[in-house]
Design a protein around this ligand. Structure first.
Ligand SMILES: C[S@@+](CC[C@H](N)C(=O)[O-])C[C@H]1O[C@@H](n2cnc3c(N)ncnc32)[C@H](O)[C@@H]1O
Length: 376
């Protein structure tokens, strides 16, 4: 076990900005769907893990819950809690390197009564070292990691993509990773400059990206570089989908919360959670927004673009509704938005439904085709 070190960013605990609020809302909303899905679904698991690699103190100094307590409360307050726990045990593993933070977390946890089949383990040490050792010994024994939601929330930008890949090689693992983009981007830009004095930085980036593929993060526009970077993490981790939200400070991306999964349901669930957090579909949150402010009118997403997407898909011939839903998984829109758009395009005569019985609905999977210009 590594030594305890000082908290590298103690101010983190004095504030509770909109970015921290959105980060926790995403965890809460995702787990709200994930726990029942994994426990009660047709292939329900007998054990689930929530792993918080950089767990922190448990509470901010003004009392707001940190991620370990957000995750635990999500299960304890879940409307299906008893049904979930009748089917599965849930283990919460929290790793924290700083002694004072770990001790604060432990006292918060000690005050919470947990039902049978909920287990909590708050560990001291370096998260990446602990996980690496654990999975190495699992591999030796031929054991598997139970279905897990793993939240990786460091202060710094050193994320070992090789370890992410190893974790995702187990079935039913979801990773939710805080990519400290501003610092990572600065490091990549400096290292690409070719200055010999920056050999140490090159070594660090090589170890983050398990090789020198980081050199391809080279677009002129920082926003495009951020897209290149998350795509690279997606590829290197072996995830099928990387879904992310940009966390902005003064209109610049400060960090990215990146969800990596191999599962279509995981992708859909995270897309839904991000839409809930930023209802205009921008997939970003701003630090300057007030987390407590209630919106009187939710911004309406602009679905005209989704209408164009449907037209594009049908331009070369009819497609079944379900085909469009499957294709939409690659995009940021949600299937419920697609369904709304398809219904309204049929109502206003842009598309025609064929080969179905019953209602004109996604569940009856009609074939959809564009109405020809001459009218029918
Ligand atoms: C951003 S804070 C975590 C916040 C927490 N996830 C939350 O949302 O409430 C990062 C925490 O990671 C701890 N930490 C830093 N490096 C670590 C490491 N290598 N392993 C485990 N914990 C670490 C820090 O002491 C700090 O408490």
């Amino acid at each position: 076990m590594s030594e305890f070190t000082a908290d590298g960013n103690p101010e983190y605990w004095t504030e509770y900005s909109n970015l921290q609020h959105v980060k926790h809302a995403l965890i809460r909303n995702y787990l709200n769907g994930w726990f029942p899905k994994l426990a009660l679904g047709p292939w329900g698991s007998s054990r689930l893990l929530y792993i918080d690699t950089h767990a922190g103190r448990g509470k901010h100094l003004k009392g707001q819950l940190g991620s370990p307590l957000v995750a635990l409360r999500t299960l304890l307050d879940h409307t299906s809690r008893d049904k979930i726990l009748a089917k599965t045990e849930v283990r919460f593993i929290f790793v924290e390197r700083n002694e004072a933070n770990l001790s604060a977390l432990k006292s918060e946890l000690a005050a919470i009564q947990v039902p049978k089949k909920v287990f909590i383990d708050a560990k001291a040490g370096d998260a990446f070292e602990i996980i690496d050792n654990t999975i190495t010994s699992y591999d030796r024994e031929g054991a598997w990691l139970a279905p897990s939601f793993i939240f990786v929330d460091p202060y710094g930008f050193k994320l070992p993509s090789k370890l992410l890949r190893k974790l995702l090689s187990y079935p039913k693992i979801e990773l939710f990773v805080n990519v400290i983009w501003r610092e990572l981007d600065m490091a990549v830009c400096q290292a690409r400059s070719g200055n010999q004095e920056l050999e140490g930085l090159v070594g660090t980036l090589n170890s983050i990206f398990d090789g020198d593929a980081w050199r391809s993060i080279s677009a002129d526009d920082p926003d495009e570089r951020a897209v290149q970077c998350v795509e690279l993490f997606r590829k290197l981790s072996g995830a099928r989908w990387g879904t992310y939200i940009r966390m902005l400070d003064k209109n610049r991306v400060r960090y990215l919360l990146l969800h990596l999964t191999k599962h279509p349901d995981g992708r859909d669930l995270m897309k839904g959670c991000i839409w809930q957090a930023c209802p205009d579909g921008g997939y970003y949150a701003s630090k300057s927004d007030n987390p407590d402010q209630q919106l009187l009118i939710e911004p309406e997403p602009d679905l005209a673009l989704l209408g164009n997407w449907v037209i594009e898909r049908l331009r070369h011939g009819p497609k079944n509704w379900q085909f469009l839903i499957d294709e939409l998984r690659e995009e940021l829109w949600l299937s419920k938005q697609l369904n709304e758009v398809v219904r309204s395009m049929r109502k206003n005569g842009q598309i025609i439904g064929e080969n179905y019985t019953g209602r004109f609905a996604a569940t009856n999977n009609p074939r959809l085709r564009l109405r020809e210009k001459s009218g029918e």
